[in-house]
Design a protein around this ligand. Structure first.
Ligand SMILES: [Zn+2]
Length: 96
């Protein structure tokens, strides 16, 4: 049986919702995954057994305002680091 880190669901939701406000120079899959991974490494993982519980997890987290603020702060922090050090090919290729 597999376990899932529910923070993965929560953080990717936050990332999708605030993508435009993070002012990322590049929002390709690679850069967004970098932000996701970096945020998750800085959050306490919360494991659930069934992925089907994700609706419940989302609802629970939306009710937790302080938790949501903490996650958004970490997402913004990770986004800034990735924006300053983009590692994807798109940002590496000099255009001039
Ligand atoms: Zn990119």
């Amino acid at each position: 049986m597999k376990v899932h880190n529910m923070m993965e669901i929560v953080v990717s939701d936050v990332l999708k919702r605030y993508k435009d406000q993070l002012h990322m120079p590049c929002t390709c899959g690679h850069c967004m995954n970098d932000v996701l991974a970096m945020t998750l490494n800085n959050l306490q993982p919360k494991y659930i057994v069934k992925e089907s519980n994700s609706a419940y997890v989302r609802a629970m987290h939306e009710a937790d305002r302080q938790g949501a603020t903490t996650i958004l702060t970490k997402v913004a922090w990770a986004a800034r680091i990735v924006a300053e050090n983009p590692r994807c090919d798109q940002m590496k290729n000099p255009s001039e």
